[in-house]
Design a protein around this ligand. Structure first.
Ligand code: DLL
Length: 437
């Protein structure tokens, strides 16, 4: 298979993408100082937190002094619902987004006009890094609305000069018709929804390899290298990873470059990353895995200090954009960690194994139950339509023994037929927790 050609044209880079590391660090410090000052002066929550620690904005003299600052958690945002985290008068906030708030109150984020422009500029940078170019047709299947995915990518693609098709999530057959008719070069979509879309294409007699799509910008949920291989082979396109979270901005905090596909370059001119041990809060060196903590450096409406993302990754040196560090593909969120008979398991580990077994599809769920005192894991996974049900048991045995030998835990495996696992049109639900029913 030869993937579509992409050019890497440095003439399309932003100035910041050519900064030296020294220049970057100097800008980061200036921006951090301004962010801490604005937070202290305008957000009562931060003033109280800083005063409690006896820290004044003038104490931030080097980037390492970031460790003097308090962490911010999702609960802090909930406690300040809806607008108390804003650092500007509400009239200057031109847009809000909010998280769904399945557990408790929603968290609200706000943007000034400048914030919206910064966001569009950064998403445009992501699209270029993914190989997209001005003039491309860009199909957006991230949901529009309070979720940041659709509108965030939309404004960035327009900013770059693409022709944007705001399809949003759902109505899959219609989306496939639009792809066939409009011939987009780039698609923005969660990897799990794209896989569901590929299945529907096949049902409709559309060959995924023959569509106009050359580049996918996949994010909003964890996905593995095995998933990249599956998508690239099935659809003959480049699969790149985009990361972001609403609390920091939305999509566009970090992006993988198509020429290297070696992790996501974090746009450090706007976000300062740290990795901490999630249990002890102690700093973790670059190259070691821990929880990603992010501080905004340029946000006006809602600056955010040391936000605990709960995402597990590691920081690596820059490659395709040398000044910016990369983050490794996320292995999971601390909340997605399953502890099964004392062994830590993330759904991504299961995904990698499933994708190696011929006849299994990447549609799967991890069902957690607690029949006695211990948690039990059942992996429910869909077999490909071509597989005869008589082969299910054999495949289940292979998966069970691979999970045992490579992850070290026992699991029950249930193979279901085509359509047996619910499809999502956004983020996939990988864990079904039935422990407290
Ligand atoms: O998911 C923003 C986004 C939209 C990113 C579209 C990329 C594409 P939230 O709904 O606030 O925002 O969820 C943020 O999603 O903390 C991660 O746990 C997860 N996540 C986002 N991107 C990735 C990724 C959007 N590329 C949360 N890989 C984050 C793994 C991701 N997890």
């Amino acid at each position: 298979m030869s993937l579509p050609q992409t050019d890497s044209r440095p003439d399309l880079y932003d100035d910041a993408e050519r900064w030296s590391i020294d220049e970057l660090r100097a800008r980061q410090l200036e921006r951090l100082q301004a962010t801490v000052t604005a937070s202290y002066e305008h957000v009562p929550h931060y003033r109280a937190q800083l005063e409690e620690r006896g820290v004044h904005p003038s104490d931030i003299r080097s980037l390492d002094d970031i460790r003097l600052l308090p962490f911010t958690s999702k609960n802090d945002l909930r406690d300040n619902y809806p607008f108390e985290m804003f650092a500007v008068p509400r009239e200057q906030v031109v847009r809000v987004h909010a998280s769904s708030g399945t557990t408790g109150r929603a968290t609200v984020v706000g943007y000034t006009k400048n914030d919206i422009t910064t966001w569009a500029t950064l998403v445009a940078r992501c699209i270029r890094a993914a190989g997209g170019r001005p003039g491309d047709i860009a199909h957006v299947s991230y949901g529009y609305g309070l979720f940041t995915g659709g509108l965030g990518v939309h404004y960035g693609a327009e900013h770059l000069g693409c022709t944007v098709v705001p399809a949003s999530g759902g109505n899959t057959e219609k989306q496939i018709q639009l792809i066939t008719d409009f011939r987009p070069r780039v698609i923005f979509i969660t990897p799990s929804y794209f896989l569901a879309m590929l299945d529907v294409m096949e049902q409709m007699g559309v060959d995924p390899k023959e569509t106009s799509l050359e580049i996918g910008v996949f994010g909003a949920e964890p996905w593995t290298q095995a998933m990249r291989k599956e998508i690239e082979e099935r659809a003959n396109m480049h699969a790149t990873d985009i990361f972001g979270l609403s609390e920091l901005m939305g999509p566009g905090v970090a992006q993988e470059c198509v020429e290297t596909k070696d992790g996501l370059h974090l746009w450090e001119d706007h976000f300062y990353p740290e990795i901490v041990n999630p249990l002890t809060d102690a700093p973790v060196e670059d190259g070691q895995t821990g929880e990603l903590v992010l501080t905004s450096l340029t946000k006006e409406a809602m600056p955010i200090l040391r936000y605990r993302t709960r995402d597990l990754t590691q920081l690596l040196p820059g490659t395709a954009r040398p000044a910016f560090r990369r983050m490794a593909k996320i292995t999971g969120r601390t909340d997605d960690l399953m502890i099964v008979r004392g062994v830590n398991v993330f759904p991504t580990q299961i995904e990698e194994i499933i994708l190696e077994i011929d006849g299994l599809t990447p549609h799967f769920q991890c069902v957690l139950t607690r029949p006695g005192r211990m948690d039990e894991l059942t992996i429910k996974v869909e077999a490909a339509g071509r597989v005869d049900p008589s082969a299910h048991e054999g495949m289940a045995n292979v998966l069970r023994s691979q999970v045992k030998s490579r992850i070290g835990t026992s699991a029950t495996v249930q193979i279901v037929g085509k359509g047996g696992i619910e499809r999502s049109v956004g983020k996939a639900r990988r864990i079904v927790d039935q422990r407290n029913l």
